[in-house]
Ligand binder design. Structure first.
Ligand code: PHE
Length: 340
């Protein structure tokens, strides 16, 4: 009876006290064990009534222990993190990614041309001979078709070879085949050439080509469009010059240089001392190409241009090694930010 009231009034959240309670009543030398031992000594008559009382006493002790133990446990697990969390400490920073410098430059170029009404056109990286070479007026024996430059996937004399595209001019062909003039679009995308990897060359790079076909498009339109583009990208006052050149798909053809933006024309490693850097190839679309794509070359004329995004980015960010673009070193990548 005395023990019963002690058990009933017991309450604690302290694990050590609770363990004490268990040992005192339920332990192998505890009170419950002691009473059961004594129970064996009493007469059979008394056992009937005492047995019931003893069992109730044992259950009371066990139930109390269980309740107190569980309550204390739940308190302790809940309170642990609260005790450990120091809200005055500064938080751990979350590293967020940044756009790849090539993506930044691509977006900037797309933005500039979109102001002039150019839309974006895309096409497959695995192409057939027609779209990479034949439709673009490449002669049968042209060196660009050679194994040296092109990654061939399938050689097929009857239906035409299948290869990784060497330029996005293939998208110009697809665009012209599928629609009617006027065309005013740029074609960003990855292209592949079989070259040894070095600081200045890679087996893949990124291009943006452009095409403008309509009635009465002239070389003056070409010059003014590209001049505007350079002023927007490298700043007003950037000088440009055109040099005659050759491409199978344009006639006449030119290459455009800009005044080296790194040394401002004084001569550096990037422009190899000349003060000028070539940034793109361009020209008036060859009438043969228009006809190959089902366009009346008597009625329509057009210009096209193509540039490597890596080259544009090198000049903009003064990056001297092309390989940095594809190594995914975050120390390099996270230097470039922009709101584009
Ligand atoms: N397709 C050419 C290249 O990859 C670039 C170019 C495009 C030149 C359009 C002239 C006109 O080198």
């Amino acid at each position: 009876n005395q023990y019963s009231s002690e058990i009933e009034s017991f309450s604690s959240t302290n694990p050590a006290e609770i363990e004490q309670f268990r040992i005192r009543f339920l332990g192998s030398k505890g009170i419950v064990k002691e009473l059961f031992d004594a129970f064996r000594e009493v007469s059979n008559e008394e056992k009937k009534t005492l047995g019931k009382v003893l069992n109730e006493f044992k259950q009371l002790a066990e139930a109390k222990y269980k309740a107190v133990f569980e309550h204390s446990n739940s308190l302790n697990t809940n309170s642990k993190p609260v005790n450990k969390l120091d809200l005055s400490l500064p938080g751990t920073g979350i590293d967020i990614g940044s756009r790849h410098p090539l993506a930044l430059v691509r977006r900037e170029i797309v933005e500039i041309f979109s102001k002039l009404g150019f839309t974006v056109s895309e096409g497959p990286e695995i192409e057939d001979d027609w779209h990479i070479f034949s439709a673009l007026n490449f002669p049968e024996e042209h060196p660009a078709r050679d194994m040296q430059d092109t990654f061939f996937i399938k050689k097929d004399a009857e239906n035409g070879d299948i290869a990784l595209r060497t330029h996005t001019s293939s998208v110009q062909v697809r665009l012209m085949e599928q629609g009617k003039p006027p065309f005013r679009a740029i074609m960003p995308g990855r292209v592949y050439r079989n070259e040894a990897i070095s600081a200045r060359a890679h087996c893949f790079f990124h291009q943006i080509e452009g095409l403008y076909v309509d009635e009465k498009v002239s070389f003056a339109d070409l010059k003014q469009t590209l001049f505007y583009f350079v002023q927007e990208l490298y700043g007003t006052g950037t000088k440009v010059r055109f040099r005659p050149s050759y491409f199978p798909f344009t006639e006449p053809s030119a290459e455009m240089d800009i005044e080296c933006s790194i040394c401002k024309g004084d001569g550096c490693q990037m422009c190899k001392g000349s003060g000028w850097v070539e940034i793109l190839g361009c020209g008036m679309v060859d009438p043969n190409v228009l006809e190959n794509c089902g366009i009346d070359s008597k009625k329509y004329s057009g210009f096209a241009f193509g540039m490597g995004i890596e080259r544009i980015a090198n000049l903009k960010y003064e990056i001297k090694d092309l390989r940095l673009f594809s190594e995914n070193d975050v120390r390099f990548l996270k230097q470039y930010t922009s709101n584009l």
